[in-house]
Write a protein that binds this ligand. Structure first.
Ligand SMILES: Cc1cc2nc3c(=O)[nH]c(=O)nc-3n(C[C@H](O)[C@H](O)[C@H](O)COP(=O)(O)O)c2cc1C
Length: 309
């Protein structure tokens, strides 16, 4: 008998916007640019594959609007795209995602992605600059038509290290007409779930609409995300959830409202459609080799997949 995957294909409404199902494309730096035909095609292609929400890759706030273009280079992303981002040149990207039927959000990174910056290294005026960068970036993203923005507060990068980003999240900046997501790692250097829950409570009070909890444990799908459900906003969980039973289990046991599928969408953008239509055997499977996704990212070249024909 065919697997019942209907839990994955229920709609979800958040703040007046409707996600067509429970599948999210998490932010993944693909090194194709955001204003290039290759970048627009990459994201449009993934939207057409059936995900409900595309979160565009970690993007430095100092790339927006031309006013904060002092970019500090180092980091591991060698061929970093430095095209100044504007509402005009971002619109094709947003339009391509919308044309594919998905909502479009973008992950905003405080400094150049991959740059090893710690809170202690940042002077007061640099922090002010980052905050101004977030404000400018969020405004431009809204103007470009993005449905939401997501500060990257996860994975041990600088905002995650600050751990009090609630001060950076003002309702007026992020507005009443867009979604505010926040990506957080539930257990990190020197903190655990309890501290993270205290942070999440403040984030939700400050207006965060969707909590993106990354990474969750791979043993019990969504278990690390589950405690964050208590705040009443939808929760995204991630980590090897392309094993359909694991994604369904996370939803069925109400450990999360949305599942993000990362590397498996690099291997096969049509993962959502194929699951929906019961064509599981046609899915090009991610083997977790990490050779040409994380591997290429480290080398600074556009990510690809060893499983592509
Ligand atoms: C090539 C690549 C780039 C990534 N870039 C980002 C990023 O920009 N921001 C982020 O929060 N996570 C990033 N991630 C992590 C993914 O969003 C996701 O959390 C991770 O791959 C685990 O999910 P999966 O098991 O479904 O692949 C990246 C992952 C890959 C493979």
């Amino acid at each position: 008998m065919a697997m019942d995957t209907s839990l994955l294909f229920q709609t979800l409404s958040v703040k007046g916007r409707t996600l067509r199902n429970r599948i999210v494309m998490p932010p993944m730096v693909v090194l194709r640019g955001l204003t290039t035909p290759e970048g627009v095609e990459w994201y449009g292609r993934h939207a057409r594959g059936g995900v409900a929400l595309v979160i565009v890759e970690a993007t430095a706030v100092n790339r927006f609007g031309g006013s904060h273009l002092h970019l500090a280079h180092s980091g591991h992303v060698r061929n970093e795209d430095v095209t100044p981002l504007t509402a005009e040149n971002l619109r094709p990207l947003v339009d391509a995602i919308h044309a594919g039927g998905a909502l479009a959000a973008i992950q905003l990174f405080p400094v150049s992605f991959g740059r090893p910056v710690s809170p202690a290294m940042l002077k007061r005026d640099e922090i002010d600059g980052i905050l101004a960068g977030y404000r400018a970036a969020a405004g431009i993203c809204r103007e470009a038509g993005f449905d939401g923005v997501e500060p990257h507060g996860a994975h041990g990068y600088v905002l995650n290290l600050f751990f009090s980003p609630v001060k950076n999240r003002r309702k007026d900046e992020f507005g009443g007409d867009g979604l505010l997501l926040y990506r957080h790692t539930p257990v990190g250097q020197g903190y655990g779930i309890e501290e993270s829950l205290a942070l999440a409570e403040q984030l939700v009070k400050a207006g965060v609409d969707i909590l993106d909890i990354s990474p969750s444990s791979i043993e019990a799908p969504g278990d690390r995300a589950a405690p964050f459900k208590r705040f009443g906003v939808p929760v995204i969980t991630v980590n090897e959830l392309d094993v359909v039973e694991r994604a369904l289990e996370a939803l069925r046991e109400k450990r999360a409202d949305l599942v993000a599928i990362g590397r498996a969408l690099i291997a096969d953008p049509d993962w959502p459609i194929k699951v929906k239509e019961g064509r599981l055997d046609e899915i090009v499977k991610c083997t977790r080799c990490d050779e040409m996704c994380f591997g290429n990212l480290k080398k600074g070249i556009p990510i690809e997949c060893t499983q592509w024909a």
